[in-house]
Write a protein that binds this ligand. Structure first.
Ligand code: DCP
Ligand code: MG
Length: 599
């Protein structure tokens, strides 16, 4: 079954993944740590470790206890406060973005970026002097012809897939029979030098090394990048498409060896369904040594009758997207048209949460709410305000601005309109059946006084808790006692940018910044303040920091219950642990009976 070529295969996309990100943040602060085995601890787990530690046998997501046994002199640093990672991540993102024309950079989690560099590459390919490729100059700025770097355009920089020396350059593109492949090869080659330059600049100016993938889509760039880690880069070489259906392309060759669960967009549910079909169904491939734990793209792709409609039958069903078959078939063939969505500077929401061993008294809740709210208000001031020295503008002390005592004016760049409180109660038992309760939440309008920056944060936090959050809490948990919380999260959402104000301030063009955050803007910095959960659940938290961008991916359950932005939501819901449906609180018991009956 043929696959329609990707309409976006003329794009050039880079994927950047910073090496051992959390550990590197500590190493940049204290370079002496670079030579020591270093592990970052969250609860009882090593969330990441540097390569010296990996060389000594440590690995990501290992228990601290185990890590200490394997490497007794491991240096362990605490990584539960995410603020330093968030700040480093923002800083690197802005630095890399400053190189990319049109700022086409998407931030995924804390430590991954997608760059759409199509335009820069097309411009530089046009300027290549085919008679002197060895002494090429990459222009980083169209208006400043001296800004850029020299490079040797006769060879790809860094590793390639397939591996091995590539000898097609140095001659005119027409030397290759397939003109399309030749043209794409040239663009990828030029992009490989840009990737190397960006990696070098990042290391030199910021102290971070990164691993880069170079291809024509987010899917392929991400996957090919991870073939050579760390501090490396890999270009997926053409041919990407072929007119001869029997001739394999490098894309298909490359993808075929991947386990399906490693393909972004094919989540664990789809993997399960595909594996079940392969191993149990009539399509059991008895003559191939298909390992049910390691079903590969090739295993699925070559099944008799395989194509979008068979995939629809295998993967479709209630809740599945209508075009699931076509999408997954596309992914299995390396087709991914998802765009690089420009990440904005302002968050669309800010949330602070913490997890608790035991939180079952109103007094405890009040204390914790005040502490969480204090952190939230501080984060709002850091992320949503800007100092306004007022030198170039009329002094404005209206609602958009205020003064720190004795300091310069402070202006809100955006104001959230909604306050949200979420809790996650511990599982309760009802007779013989444990009912697992997900997060429950409630929203209300955010009072205007939280924007008074001349007031003390802790006093404001206390006021907000007493005015609003405690009554929201009581609506979530009407009983005075009998509950026990695992987690509380306080968030501000429904951000409204101060877009009317176009004046320059602190050297930053706010009007331009807002323009660049058009409708395709993606929330940049919504990660919670602290790593929450304990034990193995911590992994879930880590996953949450690594949002999935592919459309075929199952929804991130974590926020599935979230209310629509805006007004006070009068109905608090819980997610049913059995079917995932959102059930209003009052209907919980009835819903559970429904499951018991259907069993
Ligand atoms: N992280 C986490 N929980 C997880 C996975 C990751 O908290 N389950 C954090 C720690 C990592 C950061 O996210 O430093 C980035 O995750 P990566 O998987 O990219 O891991 P590293 O960047 O640490 O290592 P690598 O060099 O393999 O990219
Ligand atoms: Mg990384």
């Amino acid at each position: 079954m043929a696959v329609a070529p990707s309409r976006n295969d003329r794009r050039i996309i880079l994927h950047l993944d910073y090496d051992c990100f959390y550990a590197s943040v500590f190493e940049v602060e204290q370079p002496v740590l670079k030579t020591l085995p270093l592990a970052v601890q969250q609860k009882q787990i090593v969330v990441t470790c540097n390569y010296e530690a990996r060389r000594r046998g440590l690995r990501k997501l290992q228990l601290i206890k185990e890590a200490k046994q394997i490497c007794p002199d491991v240096v362990i640093v605490l990584g539960e406060d995410l603020s330093k990672f968030r700040d480093a991540s923002k800083d690197i993102f802005r630095y890399i973005r400053s190189f990319v024309w049109g700022e086409r950079v998407e931030r995924l989690g804390f430590d991954e970026l997608f760059l759409d560099v199509t335009e820069m590459i097309a411009y530089n390919v046009d300027l290549l002097n085919r008679h002197d490729l060895e002494h090429s100059f990459f222009h980083l700025d169209r208006l400043e012809p001296t800004v850029g770097f020299t490079y040797d355009a006769t060879r790809v920089c860094g590793s390639t897939y397939p591996a091995g020396p590539d000898t097609t350059f140095g001659t005119a593109p027409s030397a290759t029979a397939d003109e399309d492949a030749s043209e794409l090869r040239t663009r990828l080659l030029v992009a490989s030098h840009l990737a190397a330059y960006l990696r070098g600049q990042l290391e030199h100016h910021k102290g971070y090394t990164a691993t880069v993938g170079i291809s024509t889509s987010k899917l392929l760039a991400k996957l090919v990048g991870s073939t050579h880690k760390p501090n490396n880069q890999t270009t997926l070489l053409p041919p990407y498409a072929t007119t001869d259906r029997a001739a394999p392309t490098n894309v298909v060759d490359f993808l075929d060896a991947h386990e399906i669960r490693k393909i972004p967009g094919i989540g664990s549910k789809l993997t399960q369904k595909l594996t079940k079909y392969l191993t149990e169904g009539s399509a059991l491939v008895s003559d191939t040594a298909t390992n049910p734990d390691r079903v590969t793209v090739r295993d699925v792709r070559l099944l008799p009758g395989m194509g979008p409609s068979l995939l629809d039958r295998i993967l479709g069903g209630p809740g599945a997207p209508r075009d699931i078959g076509a999408r997954v078939w596309g992914l299995l063939n390396g087709v991914d048209n998802t765009e690089v969505i420009q990440t904005g500077d302002l968050p669309t929401q800010i949330s602070i949460e913490d997890s608790y061993g035991r939180l079952d008294t109103l007094d405890g809740v009040r204390r914790e709410l005040i502490s969480l709210t204090g952190s939230l208000l501080r984060r709002m001031r850091t992320d949503l305000t800007e100092e306004d020295n007022g030198s170039d503008s009329v002094t404005d002390l209206s609602s958009e601005t205020s003064r720190h005592p004795g300091l310069s004016k402070v202006r809100w760049l955006a104001r959230p309109r909604t306050l949200r409180l979420s809790t996650r109660p511990r599982s309760t038992t009802d007779g013989a059946h444990a009912l697992h309760i997900g997060r429950i939440s409630r929203s209300a309008p955010l009072p205007g006084y939280v924007f008074h920056v001349d007031e003390n944060v802790d006093a404001l936090a206390e006021r907000l808790v007493h005015d609003q959050l405690l009554s929201m809490f009581r609506k979530l948990h009407p009983e005075r006692s009998g509950w026990n919380l695992r987690l509380m999260n306080v968030a501000v959402t429904n951000m409204v940018e101060a877009a009317g104000d176009q004046k320059q301030s602190s050297g930053r063009d706010i009007g331009k910044m807002f323009q660049s955050q058009g409708s395709r803007r993606r929330d940049a910095f919504t990660e919670p303040e602290t790593a929450s959960e304990s034990g193995p659940l911590n992994l879930q938290h880590g996953e949450a920091l690594r949002p999935v961008y592919f459309p075929a991916a199952p929804p991130v359950v974590n926020d599935a219950w979230e209310e629509s932005d805006g007004e006070d939501t009068t109905m608090a819901c819980v997610a049913c642990a059995v079917c995932g449906a959102l059930i209003p609180h009052f209907a919980r018991d009835a819903h559970e009976v429904f499951h018991l009956a259907s069993d």
